[in-house]
Design a protein around this ligand. Structure first.
Ligand code: SF4
Length: 549
C-alpha cells in the first residue's frame, strides 16, 4: 500500500516570498516533490480549509507523514486567507498521534501577534522534526536519515519543483491561484550586514537559480493548469544572474530578457506574469542597465504590475542607523525611471509597471521628525506627474538575530504613527489612486473573494487593487470591471457587461451620474431594449459602451 503524506499550508509571508492564498508558495510545492520522490501520495490542504472543515484532521491523523508549512516574518493584512497562528500550530501538532510530524518554513524565525511586537522563537516540541536549513532538503533528510537539516541546492530544488507542481490542483481556489516563483535566495546586502529589521539577509549572499530550472518549473505548473505567476521569491529581481558579489550588483539586462522570454515560451497562454521586490538602490546606482532590464520586464510581463521598493524611511538618520538601501533622492530617481519605462498604459488603461513604496516604522533612530520627512516626501511626489501604485505602511516586527530585535523605537510614536497613516490614506492614496486608475479603466479577471451587499474582489497579481461592487456577486466568480469611484485603498467597480435590466436598485443609485431620482425612473421603466431607450430616461451616460440589455 502506498504511504500518504499530508501537506498543510499554514501560509508564509517573508520579505521575499508570499504564500498566502491565492498565492501558493514554493515551500509547499517543493515539499510535495520530496514526498513524491520518496514514494508518498500527496494530499494538500490549506489552514483555511481545515478551519472550515475540522474533520480534515481525521484524514491527517490517518496519513503517514504530516508536513506543516507556516510562518509570517512581515506583518500583513490578507483578504484571501489567514495564516496559521502559533496556537494553531501547537494545537494541530499536539492533537496528532499517528503520522510523523514535520514543521517547516519561516516559522522557525519566531512569531508575533503583528507589527509593532517583538517576535519570539517557539520550540514547537510537539512536532517530531523542525525542518532547518533548506526546508525541502530538510524534509528529504528526515525521510532518508532522520536528520532535520537540509543543505541548499538549486539542482535538487529544480527537480523537486517540477515533481511537486501538480499539487496546485488541490488548492481550494485552483485555477485562480498565483504560483510564487523563486529566482534567488539571500540578499546581496548581506555583504554590508543587511537592513536592520530584515530576515532575508540571514540566508546569506544571494544564490541565483538557473533560468532553465525556472522555465522547466513554469512549464510543469502550466501543464498542471497554472496561468498566474509572480516572480516574487527574491529580494531584488534586477540583480538576477549577477556574479559580482557587490552590495548593489550591476543588472545584466540580457539575463532578464531570457528569463522572461523563456517563461512566456514555457507558458504561452499565461494570464498573469508579475514581479515583486526591486531594490531602488540598484536602479539609482545603475540607471542604464536597470532601465534596459525593466524594459525587458515590461516587454514580457502582464500590465498592472508593481515594482515594490523597500524604501522604509525618508529620514537620512533612520536610513543610516538601520543600514537601509537608499536615500530619498535615490528613491526619487528610481521612481522616475520605473515611471519612464512602466508608466505606459495597456489597452484597458492600466499602467504596465509602477513603483510601490514600503515604509517601516519603529526602527531605531526614528523621531517625530521622521514622520514629517516621510509625509513631505510623499506629498512632493503628488506635485509631480509621477505614479505610485501603492504605499504600504507597517510597524517593524523584529526577529532574533536581527539588529532591530534589540534596537528599535517600538511604542514610542504610536500617536504620530496613526496620524501619519491617516494623512497618507487621505492626502496621498486617494488622489494617487484617481491618477493611476482613472474613471472607466478596465480591470480584467477580477476574482470575487467576499460576497454580500457590497462584494469585494481582486485581480490575480502583485498587490492587486481591491474592487468593491455595490451589489452581490457570488464568491469565486471571475469578472471584468470598469472603475467608477475611488476609496483610500480601493476602487468601486461595475461588471462588464453591465446588465442594466437586472442590476439591483441599490446599485443603480451608485452608477455615476445616476442619482436617486433617475434611479427610480430607471426601475420604473425597466426592461430597456437598447441604449436609446435607456438614455431617453437618463440622458447621456459616460459608460454606455459597457451596458448590455
Ligand atoms: S535589501 Fe534589506 S530589506 Fe531587502 S532583502 Fe536585503 S536586507 Fe532585506
Amino acid at each position: 500500500m502506498t504511504s500518504e503524506a499530508f501537506i498543510l499550508d499554514g501560509y508564509v509571508d517573508e520579505p521575499a516570498c508570499l504564500g498566502v492564498s491565492p498565492y501558493i508558495s514554493p515551500y509547499v510545492r517543493y515539499c510535495a516533490g520530496v514526498c513524491i520522490e520518496n514514494g508518498f501520495e500527496v494530499r494538500y490542504a490549506t489552514i483555511d480549509q481545515l478551519r472550515k472543515t475540522p474533520s480534515l484532521l481525521i484524514d491527517i491523523e490517518k496519513s503517514d507523514l504530516f508536513v506543516f508549512i507556516a510562518g509570517v516574518t512581515v506583518p500583513g493584512k490578507y483578504l484571501g486567507g489567514t495564516p496559521a497562528s502559533s496556537n494553531e500550530i501547537f494545537q494541530i501538532g499536539s492533537s496528532l498521534k499517528n503520522p510523523l510530524k514535520c514543521l517547516g518554513g519561516p516559522v522557525i524565525f519566531g512569531s508575533a501577534s503583528g507589527g509593532g511586537n517583538i517576535a519570539e522563537k517557539q520550540a514547537y516540541s510537539v512536532y517530531d522534526y523542525i525542518l532547518k536549513g533548506e526546508v525541502s532538503s530538510a524534509l528529504n533528510s528526515v525521510l532518508k536519515s532522520g536528520n532535520s537539516y537540509g543543505d541548499f541546492s538549486y539542482d535538487k530544488i529544480d527537480r523537486r519543483s517540477v515533481l511537486g507542481s501538480g499539487i496546485i490542483k488541490q488548492h481550494p481556489k485552483f485555477p485562480n491561484v498565483i504560483c510564487e516563483l523563486e529566482t534567488a535566495r539571500g540578499c546581496s546586502r548581506a555583504v554590508k550586514g543587511g537592513c536592520s529589521f530584515c530576515t532575508e539577509y540571514l540566508y546569506g549572499m544571494p544564490q541565483y537559480r538557473c533560468e532553465d530550472g525556472i522555465h522547466k518549473e513554469v512549464a510543469a505548473l502550466y501543464n498542471s493548469g497554472a496561468v498566474h505567476f509572480r516572480l516574487g521569491r527574491q529580494p531584488d529581481l534586477l540583480a538576477y544572474g549577477t556574479v559580482s558579489g557587490e552590495e548593489f550588483p550591476r543588472p545584466v539586462p540580457e539575463k532578464m530578457e531570457s528569463l522572461f522570454s523563456g517563461i512566456r515560451e514555457a507558458a504561452p497562454s499565461l494570464k498573469t506574469l508579475h514581479i515583486d521586490n526591486i531594490n531602488p538602490g540598484t536602479i539609482a546606482k545603475h540607471p542604464d542597465e536597470s532601465k534596459e532590464a525593466l524594459e525587458s520586464i515590461v516587454r514580457w510581463h502582464t500590465a498592472g504590475d508593481i515594482a515594490a521598493f523597500g524604501m522604509e524611511s525618508a529620514d537620512p538618520v533612520v536610513i543610516d542607523e538601520n543600514n537601509l538601501k537608499a536615500m530619498p533622492d535615490e528613491i526619487l530617481r528610481a521612481v522616475e525611471i520605473v515611471n519612464e519605462v512602466g508608466g505606459i498604459r495597456d489597452k484597458n488603461g492600466v499602467p504596465h509597471l509602477l513603483p510601490g513604496l514600503n515604509f517601516v516604522m519603529g526602527l531605531c533612530g526614528e523621531t517625530e521628525k521622521t514622520y514629517d520627512l516621510n509625509e513631505s516626501f510623499l506629498l512632493s511626489l503628488l506635485k509631480t506627474s509621477l505614479l505610485i501604485r501603492r504605499v504600504n505602511i507597517r510597524q517593524v516586527m523584529p526577529f532574533e538575530d536581527t539588529k532591530a530585535y534589540s534596537d528599535n523605537t517600538i511604542g514610542q510614536h504610536e500617536t504620530r504613527f496613526k496620524i501619519f497613516k491617516e494623512k497618507v490614506r487621505k492626502e496621498f492614496d486617494l488622489p494617487m489612486l484617481k491618477r493611476v486608475f482613472p474613471f472607466g479603466t478596465i480591470l480584467e479577471g477580477v476574482v470575487t473573494e467576499v460576497s454580500g451587499q457590497t462584494s469585494f474582489g481582486r485581480q490575480l497579481g502583485s498587490y492587486p487593487i481591491l474592487v468593491g461592487f455595490p451589489y452581490e456577486i457570488s464568491e469565486g466568480k471571475v469578472v471584468d470591471a470598469f472603475v467608477t469611484d475611488w476609496g483610500f485603498r480601493s476602487v468601486t467597480g461595475f461588471e462588464i457587461p453591465l446588465f442594466i435590466n437586472n442590476l439591483p436598485h441599490t446599485a443603480i443609485k451608485k452608477l455615476p451620474g445616476v442619482g436617486k431620482k433617475t434611479a427610480v425612473k430607471i426601475i420604473a421603466k425597466r426592461p430597456f431594449k437598447n441604449l436609446k431607450e435607456l438614455e431617453n430616461v437618463t440622458g447621456s451616460l459616460g459608460f454606455s459602451e459597457y451596458i448590455s440589455f
